[in-house]
Design a protein around this ligand. Structure first.
Ligand SMILES: C=CC1=C(C)c2cc3[nH]c(cc4nc(cc5[nH]c(cc1n2)c(C)c5CCC(=O)O)C(CCC(=O)O)=C4C)c(C)c3C=C
Ligand SMILES: [Fe+2]
Length: 414
């Protein structure tokens, strides 16, 4: 692969077209065609699109870390798990090189690519985000353990990137489990998030298929604050907040995953009907927090710190021993939770709501999640009200420098 000076050179669409124009010697458009890398005089040249600082409600694509992790949570997610139909790392690289400028455009609130003037072919962009601004769209891309096997590149698979172990009470369905590549599209408009995934997948037609996908939402209180989950509890209170905490909990320290992170997604059904028959006291005992304020039991404010070892005058734990928060804290592990609620109609057989939490966490090692989930184990009182239906793990790359492309560090490790 000729990735010399050209690869780092900023090449705009106009320049690219010039280079591929008549009269340029030795030019051949690469297999990916426009919107990715192309060969110019034997070199791979990338098309570079810049973040547009003038775009309204825009999150930057370029940076040390991928967006959609430490950037503020949006109201909507469209999460897609894809399987690849090819079997070489070169094809994966071409795909990520093709997606990179497209993602920048989408995050600028623009169409995925320049429109064709030929009205006898389908429009380049599917068009449903026309007239909408960027809506803080973020796109986070990761790769699952199965991909490394399919592409025969297991020697660069991080050891920790393994399918999660089976946990007690898991009732996972293959239809919501695993996947080779994930695209997490978050935005403050549901159609903007969906449009992004739809168009990226469409541009990869014949190369990837959607294995499973899930839309989700978060509703933020007026004036800001922690959103409530479908059990009406504030969800996301205890999370890393400072750069130091993100370094400690979220960002990987070495190898091609440096400044990347592991994404774990669990589709967790919440049995709303059972919950709605539960007394407020039992609901609060379940979480170890008050429903109204979100404060830990025995405290006043949502963000008050608490000590799980603290007992009352009768020797009982103030934060009940089987409460979700007690067991999660007892594990000693920390993660970043960036979850969304979902509501997808009803469960056919029972007529119950098919609703719950698209639990998404980021951590520098999957062990952090596993430690917490093992601590929740069979004891967590929340288990009476939830069922884990889907699960997947993905290694999310570090961020991209302008002139680079998604997943570049992985390909350099080959
Ligand atoms: C393995 C990790 C976790 C899973 C799975 C999980 C599922 C889950 N959680 C809620 C609701 C709440 N969780 C809260 C706190 C909390 N949860 C986890 C981990 C998992 N949760 C952690 C690490 C924590 C923080 C613990 C601490 O140190 O305080 C809370 C309390 C408020 C908050 O801090 O966000 C709620 C509410 C649901 C509904 C759910 C599955 C559907
Ligand atoms: Fe939780």
């Amino acid at each position: 692969m000729n990735e010399g000076k050209w690869l780092n050179k900023k090449v705009s669409r106009r320049e690219m077209l010039k280079m591929t124009g008549v009269g340029v010697v030795g030019v051949a458009i690469g297999a990916t065609g426009l919107g990715g890398a192309m060969k110019v005089m034997g070199y791979d040249v990338l098309e570079v699109v810049s973040d547009n600082p003038l775009s309204k409600n825009k999150v930057n694509f370029y940076g040390k870390y991928q967006s959609g992790i430490a950037t503020p949570a949006q109201k909507h997610v469209y999460f897609a798990s894809l399987n690849v139909l090819f079997d070489t790392p070169e094809k994966l690289k071409q795909l990520f090189q093709k997606w990179t400028p497209m993602i920048v455009r989408l995050m600028n609130g623009e169409q995925i690519d320049e429109m064709s003037s030929n009205s006898y072919v389908p429009p380049v962009d599917t068009g449903e985000a026309e007239g909408l601004n960027a809506n803080n769209l973020t796109i986070t891309v990761g790769v699952g353990p199965s991909l490394f096997k399919k592409l025969n590149i297991e020697h660069i698979k991080p050891k920790e990137l393994e399918d999660l172990p089976h946990f007690p009470k898991d009732q996972l369905q293959e239809a919501y489990t695993g996947g080779d590549i994930c695209i997490q599209a978050c935005a403050d408009d549901p159609q903007v998030a969906f449009h992004a995934v739809r168009n990226l997948v469409r541009q990869a037609s014949g190369q990837v298929v959607i294995h499973w996908a899930q839309a989700g939402f978060n509703s933020f209180p007026e004036g800001g604050g922690t959103p409530r989950n479908l059990f009406a509890f504030k969800d996301g209170t205890v999370n890393p907040k400072t750069d130091e905490e993100f370094k400690e909990v979220v960002w990987c320290d070495s190898g091609w995953m440096k400044n990347g992170t592991y994404l774990i997604v669990r589709k967790i059904q919440m049995h709303l009907e059972t919950w709605d028959r539960t007394s407020l006291k039992d609901q609060e005992t379940t979480f170890g927090r008050y429903r109204d304020s979100g404060a830990p039991i025995g405290k006043m404010d949502e963000f008050d710190d608490f000590d799980i070892e603290e007992k009352d005058e009768n020797g009982n734990y103030i934060i009940p021993e089987i409460s979700h928060v007690h067991l999660a804290r007892k594990s000693g592990a920390k993660i970043l939770r960036r979850s969304f609620s979902y509501a997808s109609g009803i469960v056919d057989k029972t007529g119950a709501h098919d609703a719950g939490l698209l639990f998404i966490s980021f951590q520098k090692s999957p062990k952090q999640f596993i430690t917490i989930q093992n601590s929740l184990g069979r004891m967590d009182k929340l288990n009476e009200y939830i069922t884990h239906r889907g699960s997947a793990i993905f290694a999310c790359f570090p961020g991209v420098k302008e002139g680079g492309y998604l997943g570049e560090t992985l390909f350099k490790a080959l």
